[in-house]
Design a protein around this ligand. Structure first.
Ligand code: FAD
Length: 386
């Protein structure tokens, strides 16, 4: 298969390199990333790192790991072209041949066409987080554009540190794409209890020196504005190389692109949902890691079946830990079992996801059950959580 080249040294790229070695791949292995320093994890950027500022705790593997595993790691190196005919990538550091290529290019902040948006900060990379942390050192008023996971996690940290925080969400409820109405309401109450102002259903129309203006005409006064309105997959490289892309690099059930010498994973990848066959794209540590595991197994002849991992996700907001096992469509029915547990069912009354707050026990039980491969009925689900 070799040499294997991995483009993107984030969560999934690093895991793919590590798992290839763990699975016995002995050929040349190069991991290329355009960010400086060692590969790091992003989830703490809006949580522990934002609160405490310990950058060392983010590092996924120490420098010695790359030497000891004979992984050639090229930081601050951008891959700018893929020549699929000669199987070569063009990088800032010269050309590199590949036998198999893994695209792990992640995603970038979505920048809607809002006038003045260049004034807003991002929270995607360690460099972004360092900049933002510099701002929370002294009391300020923050406006957060977007009531999704990242915006809300930041809002919780900023409120705890005593800042004034306004979250402006365009939709009628928080985290609307990902959770049930009940969970949106639980988190709305939590953020309001914490003292954040949360504005729903009134999109930001411009960013001005004094803060943000809303479509409805109101102004939110703010010293700093954080843009957290979702992401878009980094597919430019793949598109230019002629790979099929549609909200992500399109993969088959084995996580291969339209070129069998190229796999893709993580935030940049659109792949068939193992349960429904519907094309999905997930922005989670779980997807990046499980994709990497699947690709490493395939490339080392340890398994060639279809990708079948069950999605799961978490988000920490103040003292609420939201966990989601499985994957619901927004239209899936929600059954509120208790304040902290919601079951989601599709139109066949089959369990699709379980949302919990501070209830790791139910999360793990139901996650295991969803991973069983058999449909979980409503009765099964209720019996399971007792
Ligand atoms: P990434 O980790 O983003 O890595 C992609 C890398 O590729 C980047 O370093 C990028 O710069 C690089 N790259 C792109 N193009 C090129 C190129 N042409 N050449 C070289 N390098 C390139 N997920 C959870 O499950 N739970 C959470 O609580 C959670 N919290 C999060 C909080 C924040 C603030 C953020 C930003 C993300 C969070 N996530 C969370 C999402 C999770 O971090 C991502 O889903 C995960 O990092 C995706 O891994 P990836 O390898 O696909 O991409």
């Amino acid at each position: 298969q070799g040499p294997i080249v991995i483009v993107g040294a984030g969560q999934g790229g690093l895991q793919a390199a590590a798992l290839l070695r763990q699975s016995g791949y002995e050929g040349e292995l190069t991991l290329i990333g355009d960010e400086p320093g060692l590969p790091y994890q992003r989830p703490p950027l809006s949580k522990a790192y934002m609160a405490e500022g310990n950058a060392d705790a983010l590092i996924l593997r120490a420098a010695e790991f790359f030497d000891s595993k004979a992984i050639r790691y090229l930081p601050e190196t951008r891959v700018h072209a893929i020549d699929r005919v000669s199987r070569r990538v063009g990088t800032d550091a010269g050309d590199l041949d590949y036998g198999h290529l893994i695209l792990a290019t992640g995603s970038s902040n979505l920048r809607p066409p809002i006038p003045g948006l260049e004034r807003a900060m991002d929270l995607r990379t360690l460099a972004d987080a360092e900049r933002l942390r510099g701002k929370i050192a002294t009391p300020r008023r923050f406006a957060v554009i977007g009531g999704g996971f990242i915006g809300l996690e930041f809002a919780a940290v900023a409120r705890k540190a005593g800042h004034a925080v306004t979250v402006a969400e365009a939709a009628a409820r928080l985290m609307a794409r990902a959770v049930s109405e009940h969970m949106s309401a639980m988190f709305l109450a939590k953020h309001r209890d914490l003292g954040a102002e949360v504005i729903l259903g009134d999109p930001v129309s411009s960013v001005v020196d004094e803060g943000v203006t809303l479509v409805g005409g109101d102004q939110v006064a703010a010293d700093e504005v954080l843009l957290a309105a979702g992401v878009r997959p980094n597919t430019d490289l793949a598109e230019v190389a002629g790979l099929v892309c549609a909200n992500g690099i399109v993969l088959d059930g084995r996580l291969l692109t339209s070129d069998p010498a190229i796999s893709a994973l993580g935030d940049c990848a659109s792949f068939p949902d193992p349960r429904t066959g519907r094309m999905i794209r997930l922005e989670s540590v779980q997807a990046a890691t499980d994709h990497a595991r699947h690709i490493a197994a395939r490339l080392t002849d340890k398994g060639d079946g279809p990708y079948a991992a069950v999605p799961w996700f978490w988000s920490d907001q103040a003292d609420y830990k939201l966990q989601i096992a499985g994957l619901a469509q927004p239209s899936d029915r929600a059954e509120v079992v208790s304040e902290d547990v919601v079951l989601r069912f599709d139109d066949q009354d089959e369990l699709t996801a379980v949302e919990t707050i501070n209830n790791a026990k139910v999360h793990m039980k139901t996650r295991r059950s969803l991973a069983g491969g058999e449909p979980v009925t409503a009765d099964d689900a209720r019996a399971l959580i007792g």
